[in-house]
Design a protein around this ligand. Structure first.
Ligand code: ZN
Length: 82
């Protein structure tokens, strides 16, 4: 198991659910402290994975990645002129 945020090593921990009082097993990142339990994982299903950076990779042009809102492409073009 590796952290979704920093890809660091995660260790198994026991967490107490505040709603039900049940103890569930989850994971905690040793590097950034990110905690994941089955409830969090279920809530994140269907969401996009966290992006470490919104900067486009070197060598690509805006729009190449596709499926991006037009507004985002315009902003990235503006930043590329710096
Ligand atoms: Zn982490």
């Amino acid at each position: 198991m590796h952290c979704l945020r920093c890809h660091g090593l995660m260790m198994t921990i026991s967490m107490k659910e505040t709603a039900s009082g049940d103890t569930v097993s989850g994971w905690r990142c040793l590097l950034c402290g990110e905690a994941i339990d089955p409830g969090i994982t279920a809530n994140r299903k269907g969401h996009r994975e966290p992006m470490p950076s919104r900067a486009r990779p070197p060598g690509t042009v805006p729009g190449e990645l596709g499926r991006r809102p037009k507004r985002t492409q315009l902003i990235e073009r503006g930043q590329a002129k710096h």
